[in-house]
Design a protein around this ligand. Structure first.
Ligand code: BGC
Length: 606
């Protein structure tokens, strides 16, 4: 029984026939392009998530209604109409649970309560009610690999002593060496340093070590223990009962570790490196994970067919990632190989083909994404011509700085290319405003544990987490009218504020609105894909989705467009004087037969 009715999106009305789910284009193939070989056929299966655009909200940086300098749930509720109007189908909320905030909420001390920083359970219920009113679904972030060291279960484990059931909720081991003063194995934390921390036993003596793949304040749960399974099933039901439409599952590839916790000869944090694919790492991708997700899927299905699981699973290669989304497991898995491909058209083509073939084989959609709260925003990544920043490491004031206008132009092109693809897509808050990373946050204000754990060698992820600019003339650009925001906003924020962009037809925001409207109108998310070889050069990529022809030019020169097609939208068309990136001509200046450098276009193929 659903506690809150979930509104039905008309595109997925189950009363519609299967044929009516086919894109308009698939019913009217165009003569000129009908001989192309499809890599992926139009979707016939039901499921709102298969083509949904889901907008990630990072609550501490979205909107601060109570003036404490940190965003809150009431602030999200107040601005939800803006997201409905933007044209997204759902929102994903990064963690808002009780937490000491050592990793911005990914260190949870109570999974079934709202942190007072963000509000109350009543605020959460109000948010769901408003989302329902606006036909927006809400997905929560579930953090099952680790808790906070302040979680009641970890505190109990510390006082209970070795070999107790309390310690068995986490991964405690004796150390190596005569005094046990060496960590149990060589694993490294993702945030730098050892993945093990030694505790003092209740008698005050140095004791066992506990595993934390992330910060030392984030102890890993022991998923070999059925009590951990039971606890998370309770958590799932708690939020499903409150009307949540599903969960993005944090580090979904890491919960189960290989028996014996063997040393690992690859990159010590388990990520892929040359010669040592992450797929073999003992802390990732263990077969027993799949039983967990099958069980969770069955719990979600007790609530009907519309509740979903999305894996944050850093798994490669793509056919292996497809195992996460088999029919009885998760519904979606972020396509991180796509995010990491940058603007390398050969790599993009290979990844898109591989994704669609691998995922079609298990009946799952691909889930495209370009930015999130862990990586440098794509406006900034694409603002480098040479090697840019290593993903996730961030950019500081002493690093080479990006060309922001170039990056914004290319980001618009990359997003338009992505939103034309069949499947679902995730957007990260602020990308619709063309926000860049903030690259000059002083070290003293940095909050990402990566910065402290590496002594500043890795800058960390704060740059992509800066509070949003809503209204240019208000204090803190309308983020909140009280205390200073928890991270400083760059000087460029007023010019990029939402209210300024709303009234500028050539703004990044209006480009996003139009892309989402056209994507829905042409049912691109449910559509097909065939490569159009004539426009796949070393510096451009083109595909046909139904009757929509999408071409992206990442080369330095303009390229000819096919004759006689109707332009639906260009990523640079309408570029006004104030539009960042306007220094390069777009299709409207070049003429309808040319596609500018760093530009994507949607045409109606006829
Ligand atoms: C989240 C990060 C977080 C980490 C530990 C992830 O992959 O996206 O923001 O720091 O998990 O929970």
């Amino acid at each position: 029984m659903e506690a809150f009715p979930i509104p039905c999106n008309v595109f997925y009305d189950v009363t519609m026939s299967v044929d009516s789910l086919l894109p308009v284009a698939a019913q009217e193939p165009s003569a000129a392009f009908s001989s192309l070989t499809p890599v992926h056929d139009a979707v016939k299966a039901h499921g709102w998530w298969r083509s949904a655009v889901i907008y990630q909200i990072y609550p501490r940086s979205f909107r601060d209604l109570n003036g404490d300098g940190v965003g809150d749930l009431a602030g999200i509720t107040a601005e939800l109409p803006q997201l409905a109007e933007l044209g997204v189908d759902a929102v994903w909320l990064s963690p808002f649970y009780r937490s000491p905030q050592r990793d911005a909420g990914y260190d949870v001390s109570d999974y079934c309560d709202v942190d007072p920083l963000f509000g109350t359970l009543a605020d959460f219920d109000a948010l769901i009610a408003e989302a329902n009113r606006l036909n927006l679904r809400v997905i929560a972030d579930l953090v099952p690999n680790h808790s906070s060291d302040q979680h009641i279960a970890f505190q109990a484990a510390l006082t209970a002593g070795a070999n107790s059931p309390e310690r068995d909720m986490f991964i405690f081991r004796d150390g190596q060496g005569p005094d046990g003063n060496e960590p149990p194995n060589n694993w490294q934390s993702h945030f730098g340093g050892s993945a093990w921390t030694r505790i003092s036993e209740p008698n005050g003596l140095p004791g066992q070590w506990f595993l934390h793949l992330f910060d030392s304040s984030q102890p890993d749960f022991n998923w070999d223990n059925p009590a951990v399974h039971a606890e998370f099933e309770r958590v799932l039901r708690f939020w499903l009962d409150r009307g949540i439409s599903g969960f993005r599952v944090d580090v979904a590839h890491a919960l189960v570790k290989a028996a014996g916790l063997p040393n690992w000869g690859g990159r010590a944090d388990g990520n892929s490196s040359d010669g040592f694919p992450g797929q073999d790492a003992p802390m990732f991708g263990q077969p027993a994970l799949h039983d967990i997700y099958r069980r969770w899927r069955s719990i979600l299905e007790e609530y009907g067919p519309d509740r979903i699981l999305c894996a944050e699973a850093n798994v490669d290669p793509l056919p292996r990632l497809a195992q996460w989304v088999r029919p009885d497991e998760m519904h979606q898995a972020f396509n991180f190989p796509y995010l990491h491909a940058g603007l390398d058209v050969n790599r993009l083509r290979h990844i898109i083909t591989d994704s669609l073939l691998s995922l079609d084989a298990v009946g799952a959609p691909s889930t495209w994404v370009l930015s999130n709260h862990d990586v440098v925003r794509h406006v900034t990544r694409f603002g480098y011509d040479g090697p840019g920043p290593r993903d996730g490491d961030g950019i500081g004031p002493d690093d080479a700085q990006p060309n922001e206008d170039l990056g914004r132009r290319r980001a618009a092109a990359a997003t338009m290319f992505m939103l034309g693809l069949p499947g679902g897509a995730y957007l990260y808050q602020g990308e619709e405003l063309g926000l860049p990373d903030s690259t000059n946050i002083p070290g003293t204000m940095r909050q990402d544990p990566t910065f402290a754990r590496t002594g500043g060698a890795r800058i960390g992820r704060d740059g992509c987490r800066v509070p949003l600019p809503w209204r240019s003339a208000e204090p803190h650009c309308g983020f909140g009218d009280g205390l200073d925001p928890w991270l400083p906003q760059p000087e460029s924020w007023p010019a990029l504020a939402r209210d300024k962009q709303e009234v500028d037809p050539a703004s990044h925001l209006n480009l996003y609105r139009e892309m989402l409207a056209q994507r829905a109108a042409h049912r691109l998310g449910q559509g097909s894909l065939a490569w159009v070889e004539d426009y796949c050069t070393g510096s451009s990529l083109a595909y046909l989705n139904g009757t929509t022809l999408v071409i992206m030019n990442v080369g330095t020169d303009a390229m000819p467009l096919p004759a006689g097609q109707t332009i639906l939208r260009s990523s640079a068309a309408g570029t006004g004087a104030e539009q960042p990136g306007a220094d390069q001509p777009g299709t409207d200046q070049l003429g309808a037969d040319q596609l500018g450098s760093g530009e994507t276009i949607w045409l109606t193929a006829s």
